[in-house]
Design a protein around this ligand. Structure first.
Ligand SMILES: C[S@@+](CC[C@H](N)C(=O)[O-])C[C@H]1O[C@@H](n2cnc3c(N)ncnc32)[C@H](O)[C@@H]1O
Length: 283
């Protein structure tokens, strides 16, 4: 039976890999990093770009979770650290980490992404410290206990449906090493409903809507982990992201963020309804 006639829930890992490879190959052809119009990466601009979306120059669609991930990996002190960037896409973060002094290995199932990534490393002069290959997180072509840090930047919602990804992550991480993940979460009924409408027809592209329980399951076998859920009212950014140049929209978002801060302070359990998170795990 061809995958187009099958229900997504019955796809095998090999079928998923084919579907996701084709989809990402299509997206990555000719793509420039960080939504810019050049292959050159300016690390200072990346830090501004990854800030809250209501700030001038910040990315409109996401907000702050990547910036928090960068804080958790101590991005200003990466000199000589070995990083594995899982599902690196066009390698924009891999090259950014290499520009910050890390020794980076990165892989993705998309050959087009990896071709772009190699070009990106060359243009930015880090081809000696930033290596890419086509691979699946199910079977990482690396030796045991190799990396200080493993990054899953917006990847786990794809990779989690493949077998052995957690085991492979544990295997290639050094003892005491850390895994840092940024992701969206199912969050709450209202967010789920909004997602059902905004993602209608996208189900067969392989996105798993993650629950906190999925993250806890992924942390099994690690010595310690912490999930930092974020954004409740602030998730409205997803609805208004195409109007970010409007100062009233930016004010609304700033207010939503401040209101979240107060709500979380007053009612910490509300965090379980949040729509995004970062997670850090230590081996
Ligand atoms: C949303 S993109 C994020 C790309 C990149 N991390 C970034 O933030 O720019 C998700 C990526 O994960 C890759 N991917 C999905 N499942 C994978 C797997 N099992 N092994 C390796 N890469 C995978 C996809 O091909 C895609 O490039």
């Amino acid at each position: 039976m061809s995958s187009s006639a099958q229900a997504p829930s019955t796809f095998t890992p090999a079928q998923w890999e084919e579907i996701e490879r084709e989809e990402h190959d299509r997206v990555y052809a000719g793509m420039d990093p960080f939504d810019g119009s050049t292959l050159r990466i300016d690390p200072a601009r990346v830090m501004v770009w990854e800030d809250y979306c209501y700030k001038a120059g910040a990315r409109p669609d996401r907000g702050h979770r990547t910036r928090r991930l960068l804080e958790l990996i101590d991005v200003e002190n990466l000199d000589g650290k070995s990083i594995l960037d899982v599902g690196c896409g066009i390698g924009q973060y891999s090259v950014f980490f290499a520009l910050k002094g890390a020794i980076v290995t990165a892989f993705d199932i998309s050959p087009v992404g990896i071709e772009q990534a190699r070009k990106l490393a060359k243009v930015n002069g880090v081809e000696e410290t930033c290596h890419f290959e086509v691979a699946n997180a199910s079977s990482m072509p690396y030796a045991d206990e190799t990396y200080d840090m493993i990054i899953y930047h917006e990847v786990l919602h794809h990779a989690i449906k493949y077998p052995r990804v957690r085991e492979e992550t544990l295997r290639v991480l050094k003892p005491g090493g850390r895994v840092v993940i940024s992701e969206t979460l199912r969050g709450n009924a209202l967010l789920s409903l909004a997602r059902r409408f905004s993602m209608a027809g996208e189900e067969a592209k392989g996105d798993v809507i993650l629950e906190v329980e999925d993250l806890r399951g992924f942390a099994k076998g690690f010595n310690a982990y912490r999930i930092e859920p974020m954004s409740l009212l602030f998730m409205i950014k997803r609805v208004v992201c195409s109007h970010m140049s409007n100062p009233l929209v930016r004010l609304l978002l700033r207010t939503a963020k401040k209101t979240d801060d107060v709500l979380f302070w007053a009612f910490p359990s509300l965090r379980q309804l949040c729509g995004e998170c970062v997670m850090i795990m230590r081996k």
